[in-house]
Ligand binder design. Structure first.
Ligand code: ZN
Length: 147
């Protein structure tokens, strides 16, 4: 088995609704998203998967949805209402969930499942030198990872 890894950096803001501490304040990070893809065989060129075939859809999706955006819990109505006053604000809303690195990793894993030809193995979201990783528990159904 081969595992290929691709990384994309992006800047975004978030806050954790209901958190007792600094993360309740809107703040930003330079995030890194790492996607690990598993392939069993090599093609005639000796490639498991072309790195570009992972990186292009990953970068396109992140540029469209997360880069320079506010990543928010859709229950965060006070902040959503405030940001919508600023027409240039880009919002990405997580349904009923906080935009933690864990939740972001799970969402991005599901996105990559539909965007690339090989099977994603795991996704890491790096936030200030630490990361959360999502990988499906093979003993459970891959569907419905998020509540
Ligand atoms: Zn943060």
């Amino acid at each position: 088995m081969y595992v290929n890894r691709v990384e994309v950096s992006f800047d975004a803001a978030h806050r954790l609704l209901g958190y007792d501490g600094k993360c309740a304040s809107p703040h930003g990070h330079t995030y890194r998203a790492e996607v690990f893809v598993r392939c069993n065989e090599l093609d005639d060129l000796g490639l498991a998967i072309d790195f570009g075939d992972i990186k292009q859809p990953l970068k396109r999706w992140i540029d469209t949805h997360w880069d320079h955006a506010f990543l928010l819990n859709d229950r965060d109505q006070v902040l959503i209402t405030a940001l919508r006053v600023v027409s240039e604000s880009k919002l990405y809303l997580f349904r009923g969930l906080n935009p933690s690195a864990e939740v972001m990793a799970c969402v991005l894993f599901q996105v990559m499942q539909s965007e690339i030809s090989c099977e994603p193995q795991s996704v890491r979201i790096w936030e200030a030198g630490q990361y959360a990783e999502y990988r499906p528990d093979k003993e459970q159904d891959d569907e419905g990872a998020l509540p």
